[in-house]
Design a protein around this ligand. Sequence first.
Ligand code: ATP
Length: 444
Amino acid sequence: MENEKDNLMEKITSLAKRRGFIFQGSEIYGGLAGTYDYGPLGVALRNNIKNSWWKKFVDNREDMYGVDASILMNSNVWKATGHIDNFSDPMVECKKCKKRFRTDQIESLSECVECKGELGEEKKFNMMFATQIGAVEDSSSTVYLRPETAQGMFVNFKNVMDSIHPKLPFGLAQIGKAFRNEITPRDFIFRQREFEQMEIEFFLHPNDWEKYFTYWRAEMLEWMESIGLDMNSVYELEVEGADLAHYSSRTIDFEFEFPFGRKELYGLAYRTDFDLQTHAKNSTVDLSYFDDDTKERLIPHVIEPSFGVDRTVLALLVSAYKEEIKGEEARPYLAFSPSIAPVVCAVSPLLKNKPELRDYAHKVYRMLKDEFGRVMWDDNGNIGKRYRRQDEIGTPWCIVIDFDTLGEENPEHKDTVTIRDRDTGTQERIKKDDIIDYIKEKMN
Ligand code: ATP
């Protein structure tokens, strides 16, 4: 079983590289640990994930407002939240090979797992990346790359209140990069040093927190299902006791059964009024809310649904990866849901060097591209090879223009195309003018 799972990660990593989803960061220079670069198909997949998230949680709602805060923030933000003092993992360093390990991730502290050398004292290792701002280098010029997008929303709470005047309950939403100097980045894109988050801070009256915690839990699950995550691999963990963050009164981790173990995919936390109180105190700016109806002045409480883009990509790859067994051969394919598949459909002329077929196919390609955007032209190799290539990247439909389309062999078939379904392998002949409706209907 273990072997099979290791094998699955290897297969996914190699498919992701081979087909242009995900590459090692700075690969031609030997890479940079904890960083990955997304290629053309990976970018398309990420954009679909982010667009689907934004549509559901921002555009379709009447109580959610987007923000896009700077990655570099005034260091007092991180002083106030406790990140400068406490955002650290416990670490030990091997005295012999100098490798560093997170103590909560290794089985024994008696010897180095890599070289059997002696381990040093356990230390706290701050995970924020520090850099210098401006021309003079001194301690006052130290700034940090944000380790989470959340604070960008808390520090803009007042700006949004003063400019948009939303009424409680309402939320701020943000998608953006976050940076953590992870001691041991690993498991492909699961634990990186640079990654992207999609977070919501939902502000409410403290009396309502339980109702909205239940509500957001359901909303998160609904979105996971809508993008095609394997829901049988999603587990909820009620975080308790010492594992609960200092700012939270209740947290649920949504875990996913990855090939390397059951690990956190997303989090849902009730952060009380911790952040707004802290920033109000440290900035000396009033961050209270006045309720016009009840004439009550209060510091709103917060429910935070937090998602990682990269962990979503990985969980989707794991959910979608399938193999079709043909004799001795296992043919991999990705059964992505059409709404998030990087390519909606591919268009091919049956033969590459017949201008009549190419011209017709190109018109169909343009028509579909104008409608769906994510459409690929594919005229390489024979049709069987093209189907396999498209299956491997998870394209739900392949459309082929043949001599029948031109009406040369069977006049009734003039202006029809074949459309092949990835999951069933079946082919149908439909009218060229019906392709868009056919795909739209299946997509919904
Ligand atoms: P972990 O316990 O795995 O380190 P965390 O509890 O520190 O994660 P949060 O601070 O809750 O994570 O961050 C919110 C989300 O951001 C996570 O649920 C995850 O999807 C994503 N995330 C956090 N750290 C990383 C990372 N190093 N690489 C990729 N995604 C990450």
